[in-house]
Every structure is written in C-alpha cells, then in structure tokens.
Ligand binder design. Structure first.
Ligand code: PHE
Length: 360
C-alpha cells in the first residue's frame, strides 16, 4: 500500500465513523487544513522531480477531492439524521381531543325565569316590564293600597331620597311586580294576557329572605275570565314547571288590597328524609298569591271594570327555584356561594384558579 492509500483509508474511515459535525470539522482540518497532512504533502511537491510531481500531484489532488466529497456527503447525512430525530420528537397527534374550555353556567334564578317565561308563553302570555325604581302611585295607590294602609308597612319598603323641600312622596324600590299590572293595562288595554318577571326589594334578610328577590306577576283580563281559569292556568304551570304528571293546588282565602276575592295557593307535597316531593304526600307548601283583579285596580289601569274582569297572581321565583332544585337556603343565590351552586348542579366546573381548589 502506498502512503497515499494509507492516508485515504484513515480519513475515509474517520469520516464514516464521525458522529457529528464537530468531529467532521476536526478531520477536515487534520487532512485539508493549512497544516493538514494532505496540504503538507502538497507542499513537498516542490522538491520533487517533474515526473514525480506529475504523478504524485495528480494522486494528491484525487485524494483531496475524495476526502472533500466524503466530508460533504457525511455532513448531509448527519443533517438528515438530525432532522429525522427532530421530526420524531416534535410529532403532533392531531387525533387527540381538544382541551376542555371552562364554560359558565346559567344562574338558577335566570334559568327558572326562562323556564317560567316559556311555560306561560305556551299559554299565550306575553312578557311585560316595568322599572325597579317605581313611583309610589304605581307601587301602592294604583293597586288600591292607600297611604295609611298597613300593607305599606308590611312591605318593608325601601324609599328613595327626595329633597326635604319636595312635597311629593318619594319613589320606592318596587316591593312587588304588581305595579307592572297597571303599566301593562295602561299600555295595552283589554283584553290582555301578560306575565312580568323581575326583581323586587324589601327590607328583609334571613336564611330564606333577601332584600332583593324575584317575582313573576301574571295578569289575564277579558270579558269573562274567572277563578276557574286561574286555577287551570296555575295547575298547568305547576305540572310543567315541577315536571310531575299531576299536582293538587289548595286555594286558601286571603287578602290583598289589589284582588277580590284573594287566595294564597298551596301545592301538595311530601317531605321524606329531608327530600321534597311535589304532587304527592300530606303536606302543603305556599307558592303564590292570587285573586280576581280589584275593580279599582282595573280602573287605575284605564280598563272599565263593568266590561272586563280577570285574575292576577304573583309567584316568588327564588322560592320556586329552591323548591324545584331542592336548595334549602338562599346562600346559593345571593352570595353566589360556589360550593352551594355546585352542589345543586349549577356552578361552572373547575374554577380553582380564581376561587382556590374546589374539589369536584
Ligand atoms: N304582589 C303580591 C305579593 O308580592 C302577590 C300577588 C300578586 C297577589 C298578584 C295577588 C295578585 O305578595
């Protein structure tokens, strides 16, 4: 073997065995660098005879080209291998399911408002609205509650401030949705069939009362609308709302200044092991106030009581929401206590970042 054959074998083996670019560079410098073995041999050509120079020179050039080509090929192979490795490690499984996004949920009161509205819409009731800051006249006088009437005190009214010099009675935070009866009658006249869901306010606060709560008012006025119609409408409503095949309602004689006669309505239910069941059992639960609209109220709404009559009712939404979903106190609603809402199936799942480690 000639010296050049030995060199060639050494370098090509080295190149084949190189594991990375840095080792390739070392080999290149050792062979072809300024002080590389091949370069030094090139320099020796000067001391050779012309014949020697021709053959050795050509052989050296071939060797140089071969090593050069081998280096380049190996460099490319290393780059390919690196790319392969990267593609393998960065592999993306596009068939994985997406990460779930937290979604909010509807508050039980809003949900029940929607349910109630939908049920009455099916029975032909449109939705009416009124302001929450209401005049004394709409909240009381028009509803046949005179200034000295004890009902004004019973309602635990929040009064808005007025200038000391202003002789007019102060506005109030409406204590019930009944003023919307008057506004709806004034706006649409008779016949009329509306419900009015909304917020109402009374100075009251305990486990089952809050200073702000929700009611749905119902009003149906026509030429011959009777208590029998009231009874049917309320029964249909309760069956649908509480999702039971039948309900039994008890009409208990009562008094509201704006209805005559007036009735509080109870629903038959049972309590077994703390579990409330609507529609069966030996207990009664009060769910609403109702009656035939008082002639003076019709007149205040601009409707002739000699031509028209009808019924009205008022249901506490928070109350029927608690009954339907078995929520025993108002914390769930008014403090938006997540543990409670969650317990009853209303809270958004997984809120640990904001509210700190609620367990599922
Ligand atoms: N407004 C009454 C209340 O808040 C309820 C009611 C409405 C009663 C309509 C009769 C008719 O207690």
């Amino acid at each position: 073997m000639t010296t050049l054959d030995v060199l060639k074998a050494k370098y090509l083996e080295g190149i084949a065995a190189a594991a990375d670019e840095a080792s390739l560079e070392e080999i290149r410098l050792a062979a072809l660098g300024k002080k590389g073995e091949i370069s030094l041999k090139m320099r020796e050509l000067g001391q050779m005879t012309p014949e020697e120079r021709t053959t050795t020179g050509a052989a050296l050039n071939r060797l140089k080209d071969e090593i050069d080509a081998a280096l380049r090929a190996k460099k490319e192979a290393l780059a390919d291998a690196a790319l392969d490795a990267r593609l393998k490690s960065e592999w993306l499984d596009v068939t994985l399911p997406g990460r779930p996004r937290r979604a909010g949920t509807i508050h039980p009161v809003s949900q029940v408002m929607d349910e109630v509205t939908a049920i009455f819409a099916d029975m032909g009731f449109a939705v009416a609205e009124g302001p929450q800051v209401e005049s004394d006249w709409y909240n009381f006088d028009a509803l046949n509650i005179a200034p000295e009437h004890p009902a004004r005190q019973e309602h635990d009214t929040f009064f808005m401030a007025r200038d000391a010099a202003d002789p007019r009675p102060p506005h109030v935070l409406r204590t019930h949705t009944s003023p919307v009866q008057i506004r709806a009658m004034q706006a649409k006249g008779a016949p009329i069939r509306v419900i009015a869901p909304g917020r109402v306010y009374r100075m009251d606060m305990d486990q089952t009362h809050a200073p702000m709560f929700h009611q749905v008012e119902g009003l149906a006025i026509g030429r011959d609308i009777s208590m029998a119609n009231l009874k049917w409408v309320l029964e249909e409503f309760c069956k649908t709302f509480f999702e039971v095949p039948s309900v039994e309602l008890r009409f208990r004689a009562s008094h509201f200044p704006f209805t005559e006669p007036s009735a509080e309505v109870d629903i038959r239910c049972s309590w077994e092991g703390g579990q409330l069941k609507i529609g069966e059992g030996n207990s009664w639960l009060e769910i609403l106030g109702s009656g035939m609209v008082h002639p003076k109220v019709l007149a205040a709404g601009g409707i002739d009581p000699n031509e028209y009559q009808g019924f009205a009712f008022g249901v506490g939404i928070d109350r029927i929401a608690m009954l339907k979903y078995g929520i025993p106190d108002l914390r769930a609603f008014f403090e938006s206590d997540l543990r409670w809402l969650k317990h009853y199936g209303f809270a958004a799942l997984d809120l640990p970042t904001v509210f700190g480690g609620l367990s599922k």
